[in-house]
Design a protein around this ligand. Structure first.
Ligand code: ASP
Ligand code: MG
Length: 424
């Protein structure tokens, strides 16, 4: 017997037939004698619809929040998950499975006060563990918890992944299965590279980079939590026949296992290629080269919630003036330029230039730690295709390269094949 948390995303619960299909996946694990908790997203498209309704309301004047009265935003958008948790419990009853729905506040899943983008602080799993022991399936609404103000708080878009991993950690589950519309994590986006391979295993750290750098399978926060609490997490498809051979395999179900790097015996140098579109580059020219200049630039940007990514500063030629270039999401360029304009005197620069429509492609793999020449291979391959590199950043396990948007797909394909990731 094992204890399993099963999470189903929006496309997996998109209509009543799919909810019935999800119930069959749950039944398979229950029939095998496992203790099961389920976490559900809203039906696909529902959250967007709810967010749209809220955005039609007037913004609260002076509210220090990107949302339109963030507390009521949360009350509205959390309702999508409430609906699916009830519907799935009903579908399970129809299959003679003892099940009960749970909203975040009923568990309770305690969060901080950042309405609209709350973090989970604590989950009391006692009641759920007790009921699972009595053979009841807990069907928990994802994406939500209870804030310190005793109000519903949501976890940011894609947050039900995080709910699932956090619950798995709280109830000490043997496994957290994230069911989605793809059958695992691939070496890169298969829509761009048809030769992309499904990974059998990927290390937490690599998955964290993949998710942060553009792969959209999991919410980044969920991977952080899985890494901290060492939750073995499977990404797998809900669209496969729930009763196909191997689907109930306890140790090796079909899908990709996200796990500790020690569990990965045959480590490749490079595990995957990620990409993020819609990056923009901002350059400050002829900055005063003095202590405090970076703080004067990035402090105000951070206060305005602008997410700065790659930062490149030139070594100044004569010790007096230098250039600073950094990237932000394209949608934040105008806001960033405005903030920089307001702080022009304090920062002390000559002109600001910007360019949108760029793409960041990243090469990821923990094997890089112990191999030389990984970056050089990428640069050579891109050069052979005539792709110009605008900026580079590296960490122990990744190389990120900024290029012009139109070259994105060629770059991803080139990098995928130069590290031998294409399946043969
Ligand atoms: N329904 C929420 C969203 O679309 C949470 C989730 O699906 O993970 O963001
Ligand atoms: Mg999702």
């Amino acid at each position: 017997m094992a204890r399993i948390v099963m999470k189903f995303g929006g496309t997996s619960v998109a209509d009543l037939d799919r909810i019935k299909n999800v119930a069959r996946h749950v039944k398979r694990e229950v029939d095998a004698g496992h203790e099961v908790a389920v976490v559900v997203s809203a039906m696909s498209g529902k959250t967007n619809e709810l967010v749209g309704w809220v955005q039609g309301t007037p913004k609260v004047v002076g509210a220090n929040s990107p949302f339109y009265d963030a507390r009521e935003y949360d009350a509205v958008v959390a309702s999508g998950e409430q609906v699916t948790s009830g519907l799935l419990a009903i579908a399970l009853h129809a299959m003679d499975i003892n099940a009960r729905s749970w909203q975040g506040w009923q568990v309770p899943i305690r969060t901080d006060n950042a309405h609209g983008a709350a973090r989970i602080l604590e989950i009391d799993g006692a009641d759920i563990i007790k009921r699972m022991g009595e053979g009841q399936v807990a069907v928990i609404a994802g994406f939500q918890g209870l804030g310190p103000d005793n109000r519903i708080a949501t976890l940011g878009r894609g947050g039900s992944d995080t709910s699932a991993v956090a619950i798995a950690a709280a109830v000490k589950a043997d496994r957290c299965d994230i069911y989605t519309d793809v059958d695992g994590v691939y070496t890169t986006d298969p829509r761009i590279v048809p030769q992309a391979r499904r990974l059998k295993k990927i290390a937490f750290e690599e998955m964290l980079e993949m998710a942060s750098l553009g792969a959209k399978v999991l919410q980044v926060r969920s991977v952080e939590l899985a890494m901290v609490h060492k939750v073995r997490t499977f990404v797998r498809s809900s669209f496969e026949d729930p009763d196909a051979p191997g689907m109930g395999d306890l140790l090796n179900p079909p899908g990709t296992l996200i796990c500790d790097e020690d569990e990965i015996v045959e480590q490749e140098v490079v595990t995957g290629i990620a990409y993020a579109k819609d990056e923009a580059q901002i350059s400050l020219r002829r900055l005063a080269d003095r202590p405090g200049v970076s703080a004067a630039i990035f402090g105000p940007l951070a206060e305005s919630h602008i997410n700065v990514d790659m930062i490149v500063q030139n070594i100044s030629e004569d010790g007096s003036k230098t250039d600073m270039t950094f990237t932000v999401p394209s949608g934040d360029v105008e806001k960033a330029i405005k903030v920089l304009g307001e702080n022009k005197e304090k920062i002390g620069y000559d002109v600001v230039q910007n360019e949108s429509g760029l793409v960041k492609v990243s090469v990821i793999g923990i094997g890089m730690r112990s191999h030389a020449g990984v970056a050089a291979t990428a640069f050579k391959a891109l050069a052979e295709k005539g792709i110009n590199i605008k900026a580079i950043t590296t960490s122990e396990i990744k190389i990120s390269i900024l290029i012009d948007g139109p070259y994105a797909e060629l770059a991803v394909r080139t990098l995928h094949s130069c590290y031998g990731l294409d399946k043969n």
